[in-house]
Design a protein around this ligand. Structure first.
Ligand code: EPU
Length: 337
């Protein structure tokens, strides 16, 4: 384990932005991580997991710590359920496939989400009617301030839509080192009714879907709508879907009668940001090296060698335009660094 100098971060972020880390270190154990946290010469530290939820807008002066702690272990099991602990540096989708291979159910709807296991709880990753919190038991995190491990229970994490304690009070204070899940071994709960899953299963001629069928359906849907970061740089949904008062939604319906919404509470609804962005005319718009994806307006893309600042500028233009047309503020989901 040693510090490298002036390393390009291009292959460490799914947006494929080419900025430099003045200091870079990859850690593969908790012990290494503890050692690195004690380095007095580098008070500013930036932790990097799968790099799938960041937009890098400048060269990084902080010590970039690449979290590469690997390992998956079965903690306990009973007849119909298993508790599995996965280390932070495991690739999320590979972990999903590992579970499917063993016949463990619960995270199949979260197939093909980019990123690593250790960053999944931070924004409570979710797709196709399932969120990480549904199978989450606990996670272990190293305190940056006192270098000791702390276990966060599900209640401690305060999970919400694309939100957790790690984006709120605990932000910047802990590094997640492993996550523990409770998965089913039989009588799996199948979530096949969300979005395009049902029609995809029909297309696949599947009547009674298994967990693997669900995963295959989700993979097919994602591959048809979302750009593969290996081909076109992106960070998945760039914005969160905004939650607005029902009264505001009802008055917007007067002018935009096809505006979709999902119920959130008695007096709030969630509106798909992708719909707002498409309606504002940005879907598929290309500005040289970067733009808005042609099949999913929620995703900003780097066609090659784009600057993070340019993509940030585009995101601000989109935010301003949406606010002007609909009076709805939309918030970035990715972290801007
Ligand atoms: N829509 C449009 N135009 C677009 C995109 C979407 O009109 O360009 C409309 C769709 O017609 C639909 C609605 O918006 O009525 C919702 O679209 P979709 O089901 O594709 O989901 P989303 O709200 O755009 C969310 C997540 C995705 C997740 C999908 C599926 C957020 C911010 N994003 O997207 O997550 O895969 O649901 O569950 O909640 C990610 O976080 O990176 C991500 C891809």
């Amino acid at each position: 384990m040693y510090i490298q100098h002036n390393i390009s971060l291009k292959s460490y972020n799914t947006f494929g932005i080419d900025v430099t880390a003045k200091y870079f270190i990859s850690v593969s154990s908790i012990e290494d991580l503890k050692t690195v946290l004690q380095l007095k010469d580098h008070p500013n530290k930036l932790f990097l997991g799968g790099g799938s939820n960041i937009l890098l807008t400048k060269d990084q002066e902080a010590l970039v710590i690449h979290l590469n702690i690997k390992g998956i272990e079965i903690v306990s099991e009973v007849e119909d359920a298993v508790t599995v602990k996965a280390c932070a540096g495991e690739n999320w989708h590979e972990f999903v496939l590992w579970c499917l291979n063993k016949g463990y159910g619960g995270i199949e709807n979260l197939s093909l989400i980019p990123g690593n296991v250790g960053t999944a709880p931070i924004q409570n990753i979710g797709a196709y009617g399932v969120e990480l919190k549904d199978t989450f038991v606990s996670c272990e995190a190293l305190s940056i301030t006192n270098n000791t491990l702390k276990t966060f229970s599900k209640a401690d994490c305060n999970f919400d839509y694309r939100n957790s304690i790690f984006k709120q009070q605990a932000k910047g204070k802990y590094v997640i080192t492993s996550v523990t899940f409770k998965l089913s071994k039989k009588n799996h709960k199948i979530h096949a009714n969300y979005g395009a899953i049902a029609s995809q299963l029909e297309l696949m001629k599947v009547n009674t879907p298994t967990i693997t069928d669900i995963s295959n359906a989700v993979i097919a849907i994602r591959e048809s709508k979302l750009p593969n970061p290996k081909e076109i740089g992106n960070s998945g949904s760039f914005f969160k879907n905004p939650v607005i008062p029902k009264t505001q939604y009802q008055s917007l319906l007067q002018s935009f009668n096809d505006m979709p919404s999902y119920p959130v509470s008695n007096d709030e609804v969630k509106v798909p940001a992708g719909w707002l962005i498409e309606k504002a005319g940005f879907k598929g718009k290309r500005f040289g090296n970067y733009g808005v994806h042609k099949k999913q307006a929620l995703v900003l893309v780097n066609y090659g060698n784009a600057k993070g600042e340019d993509i940030l500028g585009l995101s601000r233009l989109i935010q301003k335009t949406i606010e002007r047309i609909f009076g709805i503020p939309i918030e970035a989901e990715v972290n801007i660094l």
